[in-house]
Design a protein around this ligand. Structure first.
Ligand code: TRP
Length: 332
């Protein structure tokens, strides 16, 4: 059964980059008809490597769940669940960690980058690094392998993690026989892989350049007005192919709207005007989902119901896989 799966880490401040880079493409893939089974889950256990506040933890889970539902994920077709509702993932993660060379984890980018930074700062190389962060790729492999996943849509920064999952699966198949685990493939999101933020750098919470997804209309307008522009006069002709506003505009507007705004650029357009046009298309896109999001956050029991239903479907798959894997690995 051809299966697609991806995990979404719950963090605060959901932004336009998340929508365009991950959520929208994943929802489209689930509708593409190419897959018999689509699983999307909230990777809450992965958030535990950094989140230390249970209230925030829970809030982030609800926010990200409400986001996916509000943006149109069809939860009757895709299996939408919370990672840690399926306890088998932790059992599998332990088994996999016993099959994973420690050196592979030393070479994982997310860990290596932190070590590098510590060294540059003259600190102990492992300062501030917990075992959850170190083992992150193993838990992620368990996420993928537990559901016999074929394809994993991910951003560039996650490719190595899927490669690790594939190599662990391959090794297990060598030890315990072909067919013990399905070897997964990454699907790299090309379109929308790079969403510029307010200052033109990649939109990221850590750069403080995000356009929040669920801000009020007023706040959204204010944020869009902060997009960096040059000091050219309104009547000066402008290049629509070299403009941040236009870049984001294209991701939301119809092709007619794009053509017409491009024309205005060539004739000369004030930045304030261009930003107002951008606000209009983004807001038109988001206003329906925003209402739904706010409704769900006021009615969290509805989110609970969706996730519970998803968990029972995911559980059935996990049970089957684990019976097979336990038998292959331990004989029991
Ligand atoms: N590590 C991913 C991220 O930070 C989230 C994630 C967890 C994931 N488990 C996964 C993605 C399994 C794909 C498949 O974005």
């Amino acid at each position: 059964m051809k299966t697609i799966l991806t995990g979404i880490k719950p963090t605060g401040d959901i932004h336009l980059g998340n929508l365009l880079g991950a959520i929208r493409p994943a929802i489209e893939l689930s509708k593409s008809g190419e897959y018999e089974r689509a699983l999307y889950f909230i990777a809450d256990a992965h958030a535990l490597t950094t989140v230390r506040d249970p209230k925030a933890y829970k809030q982030y889970v609800y926010e990200i769940a409400a986001t996916w539902i509000a943006l149109g994920l069809d939860t009757t077709k895709a299996i939408f669940f919370r990672q840690s509702d399926i306890k088998e993932v932790f059992e599998l993660a332990w088994m996999l960690s016993c099959m994973t060379p420690k050196g592979d984890m030393n070479r994982a980018h997310s860990y290596k980058d932190r070590v590098q930074k510590n060294k540059e700062d003259g600190k102990d190389q492992d300062q501030g690094i917990n075992m959850g962060l170190y083992n992150y790729p193993v838990l992620m492999s368990a996420d993928i392998l537990l559901y016999d996943t074929n394809d994993v849509p991910v951003g560039k920064d996650q490719i190595q993690h899927v490669e690790i999952a594939r190599s662990i699966a391959g090794r297990c198949n060598e030890y315990f026989g072909e067919g013990t685990l399905v070897e997964p493939q990454e699907i790299i999101q090309k379109q929308g892989a790079y969403i510029p933020g307010l200052d033109g750098r990649k939109m990221s919470k850590s750069y403080g350049n995000i356009i929040p997804l669920w801000a009020s209309e007023k706040k959204l307008k204010k944020t869009i007005n902060k997009i960096t522009t040059d000091s050219s006069a309104p009547e000066e002709p402008k290049d629509p192919n070299n403009c941040l506003i236009m870049e984001i505009y294209r991701l939301f507007a119809s092709s007619e709207q794009v053509k017409s705004l491009e024309q205005r650029y060539r004739e000369g357009i004030g930045w304030g005007y261009a930003k107002a046009e951008l606000f209009e298309v983004v807001n038109a896109y988001l206003s329906g989902p925003r209402e739904k999001f706010n409704y769900l956050m006021e009615n969290k029991n509805e989110i609970d119901n969706v996730l519970l239903d998803g968990a029972s479907k995911a559980q059935a798959i996990a049970d089957e896989t684990m019976q097979r894997v336990r038998k292959a690995v331990t004989g029991f």
